[in-house]
Ligand binder design. Structure first.
Ligand code: FRU
Length: 524
């Protein structure tokens, strides 16, 4: 009997725990398939790294409130890049030095001498930011327990130009030269500076890239990465850099350059398409790639889904800010030139697939579907010989909808959120556009969460992400124009499973984190 009471108490406790956790992620607009901290402010992702079976997302975080300030590194882990478990603050602000954006590498050979003898460990390289006068320099912290606790290096900073603006180091391993390479921004000079080091402590300047492309605002959050061709024949180098303010979409945006990095210098390719925007929407900023991925995995990029124009005004509580989905990167080279391609990692959350056109509907009209509840995914392929403008509207009621479409006469893909719902500032009511290429397909993958639409058009060569704050939580999905014959749509859709629901995924993530803790305790 006692055993039974104990058992019931324990299982009730568990049930309440799970329910409590779910409630924490069930407020209006709370992302269901994107990581957001349980409470408080976040901006850029930091230190993305895969290590020992876990993906880590660190993030710019204010532990004390839902506005920017006291910048520290928050921390979450996942085993599948989808289900996240938030852990305590990893690297806190201290002695007036805030912990700005940076990256994490795995020091496999203890070259830094910060790990235990003959052991590998995690080393973070971040910008220390102090005020009055403003000073930014590069610093190290290390963790000997798989990112759970961090120690700041006692001889910080390791790279100091005594500048007020010098930030966001992105460090990756150069296999050929057998050393680390840092890409770091001189924001006001619109320059990415490259450094190299064999021990993470001593850095040698290599070269500068920029000014180039768009220089209307500060350059921030650079990332240098090698990306494979879509058809796996060869690879190319990409340099991505944030621009704020003054991006063409308004506020913060990110451009990419494709070219070659010879271990010292980045050289922009002269082929058409070598310059583009990592995202053509308003809400994807400071995306960086994961370090230390298994060799067979493609580079994966993840960004902050917001924009400095209105990030402080988002109508969410008790948190403010969320991350994008992770996206696999590749590049294509076709008749129109080169382009970066992005493919969201989301398939693990799909429920049953519904093929389009829906059974019983006119195959040419294809879709008018009621009662979809975010999160869900649409994968649509349009064909039309008569219409110039076509696409899909996500209605929450008659007056409120987000329009996602192609305008062939203007050669544009667009998201129009001006009628989507809450308009939180004048900068927010926007129609974002991207140039389309007539010889590429008119297809789009659309991922809808409670407060965002992420779209990947023309086979992923156009990524466009926009936040939305709809009038209610339901969607009627409607193809337009409504004429039965003018637009043919084929494709599929899926209801997506919330990452916070007590499904197998989140339990699996919890169980995994628990096992990590047990292992850590056993190691002591
Ligand atoms: C970009 C940024 C970075 C900086 C961080 C501070 O969003 O301004 O340049 O490191 O945010 O939170």
């Amino acid at each position: 009997m006692r055993a039974l009471i104990l058992f019931t108490a324990v299982s009730l406790g568990l049930v309440t725990n799970v329910a409590a956790q779910e409630q924490q992620y069930d407020q209006p607009y709370r992302p269901q398939i994107h990581f957001s901290p349980q409470k408080n402010w976040t901006n850029d992702p930091n230190g993305l790294v895969y290590f020992d079976g876990e993906y880590h997302v660190f993030f710019q975080y204010n532990p004390f409130g839902d506005q920017w300030g006291h910048m520290s590194w928050g921390h979450a882990v996942s085993r599948d890049l989808l289900h996240w478990q938030e852990l305590p603050v990893a690297i806190p602000e201290e002695n007036g030095v805030m912990i700005f954006t940076g990256s994490i590498v795995i020091d496999h050979e203890n070259a830094s001498r910060l790990c235990r003898p003959k052991k590998e460990c995690m080393v973070a390289i971040y910008t220390g930011h102090s005020q009055n006068p403003q000073l930014q320099n590069q610093n190290l912290a290390y963790s000997l327990d798989r990112g759970r606790t961090w120690v700041k290096y006692r001889n910080n900073p390791v790279l100091d130009l005594h500048l007020s603006d010098f930030r966001d180091p992105s460090v990756s391993w150069d296999e050929k030269a057998h050393r680390w390479v840092m890409a770091v921004s001189l924001p006001k000079e619109h320059t990415v500076r490259f450094y190299a080091s064999s021990n993470l402590k001593d850095w040698k300047q290599l070269s500068d890239f920029g000014p180039a492309g768009d220089t209307a605002g500060d350059w921030e959050c650079p990332d240098l990465l090698r990306i494979p061709a879509v058809n796996k024949t060869g690879s190319i180098w990409a340099l991505k850099v944030g621009l704020n303010p003054g991006a063409p979409q308004g506020g913060s945006g990110e451009q990419y350059f494709l070219g070659d990095f010879d271990g010292t210098t980045f050289k922009l390719s002269e082929e058409p398409g070598a310059q583009g925007w990592t995202n053509y929407g308003k809400d994807d900023y400071c995306a960086i790639s994961f370090n230390n991925l298994p060799r067979e995995q493609q580079p994966i990029l993840l960004g902050w889904m917001s924009n400095w124009q209105y990030a402080a005004k988002l109508p969410t509580s008790p948190w403010r800010g969320q991350m994008s989905l992770p996206r696999k990167l590749a590049y294509v080279r076709d008749k129109a030139g080169m382009a970066l391609t992005q493919e969201p990692i989301v398939a693990g959350l799909r429920g049953p697939r519904v093929a389009l056109p829906l059974a019983g509907t006119n195959p040419k009209s294809a879709l008018k579907h009621d009662g979809l509840v975010p999160p869900y995914e649409l994968d649509l392929d349009f064909e039309s010989s008569t219409e110039d403008v076509f696409g899909v509207r996500l209605h929450s009621d008659e007056q409120h909808y987000t329009e996602i479409g192609f305008d062939r006469s203007k050669q544009q893909f667009y998201i129009d959120r001006t009628r989507a719902g809450a308009t939180i500032s004048t900068d927010f009511a926007s129609k974002t556009t991207a140039h389309t290429v007539p010889s590429r397909r008119y297809n789009v993958r659309i991922i809808v969460d409670r407060s965002s639409v992420e779209t990947y058009a023309q086979d992923g060569t156009i990524a466009m992400t926009d936040l939305i704050f709809p009038a209610n939580g339901k969607n009627r999905v409607e193809i337009f124009p409504p004429s039965q014959d003018s637009v043919k749509v084929t494709g599929q859709m899926w209801q997506l499973k919330s990452i916070w629901a007590s499904g197998a995924g989140s339990n699996a993530a919890d169980a995994h984190v628990d096992s990590v803790r047990r292992k850590k305790a056993a190691d002591k």
